[in-house]
Design a protein around this ligand. Sequence first.
Ligand code: GLC
Length: 476
Amino acid sequence: MGDTRVLFAASEVYPFAKSGGLADVAYSLPRVLNETYDVDVIMPLYQFIDREVFGIQEMGETFDIRMGGMTYPAMLYICEYEYMTYRFVYTPLLCDRAFLYGPPQGGYEDNDIRFALFNYAMLEILKREKYEFVHLNDWQTALLPLLLENELKIATKSLFTIHNLAYQGIFEKKALARLGIDEKYFHMDCLEFYGQVNFMKAGIAFSDRITTVSPTYAKEILTPEFGCGLEGFLQYHSSKLTGIVNGIDTEHFSPSTDKMLVTPYKDLRGKGANKNAFLKEIKMKEPQRPLIIFIGRFTWQKGLEIFIDALPEMASMACNIVVLGDGEAKYHDALEALAKKHDNIYLEFGYDEALSHRMYAASDFFLMPSLFEPCGLAQMIAMHYGSMPIVRSVGGLADTVHDHAAFDSKSQKGYGIVFAEADHHALLSAVTNALALYGMITQYNQIVKHNMLCDFSWRESGKLYIKEYETLKEES
Ligand code: GLC
């Protein structure tokens, strides 16, 4: 740990609050950075976070945030968790809600105020304490570089990481006044986006460096297909943009020490015991068949349309299919109907960390047919647990999973079944190839064993982030 202080901000951090991969990265990346810098992680203290369990304590600092002619009381909290310092911002409007961003049908109306308050509270901290860097993640933290722009006395440099460009934090123009943001920022080189206010644009325009979570996604977001309307704006700022692939926490996700497994394992024999136990647990017939799993949010992004279109034919093949996840009602309903019809499809709604670990351990294939994927963590976890990924070659999936046809046992790359087209025919032929490969068990085993030994940790990517920080140091 060095003397350089970093404030790492995210709207969700595992294990305090999680809706997706952002929370996992906000847990694991700061830990690697903390070996070089002195990192504090900061997030909102949502009401559902158990203060007692985590030993979260008041820091005795209450202050008022003045924003758009209103005054909002704020309080700071702190805890140590697994040798890291976590700081929390509490303001009732931001934190006293049942959901992070809103019920599944849509976001809260006042998310602009809620997350602006988080940014203003961080500004207040930076006025009082010296941090050399602030590391921001996604739109919920993207206003801070704009707020810092007006504070010439604060020497904090900002690095902004985009985890998903599809969520930009877009609000009506009238938000400007309630957020206390000067009209001078409402133009197309700044916050304005088709007549509305766009938080993400503030982060892109005013941060000192921008990263996104894989090199391929960094290129993709400069194109109309993946740029979500910001491709031109990102092209303009591309000199400060880099792609750094995410890592996984290989201590938390380690098949040989995983306490959530019936039998932790180092090799394929041990994995077989997990498969048997799991299929018994869910009472799946014909357990000798290859097991294909899907774990993820039921959203368009994750390729649910093509997955659902492919499922009836997949179910007619000699395999078992297990699905775990939650999301949009139309996908729930379609999956439920299919699971009722085919007894080799097993479906579980919800988010269940322990069950997901048992599924990684039990499965032979991990399906991730995403339409776009900034990075994706699950495919790396799957490879680490000896489950071969079947993925579409987009974003981080293209960077982390290479097609088995090019298998090279001497490389440090992970291999799986890779397909290109975003339609269910392509997905079905990938599944057919997967099952054929499973039939050639020696070859299949060789690749799976190789994947299990690959390094998917933050070791290399952590160094790349440090390089970004050091570049900023030199510039100042
Ligand atoms: C978002 C992206 C996912 C990425 C994660 C962490 O959830 O959709 O691809 O892995 O953020 O960066």
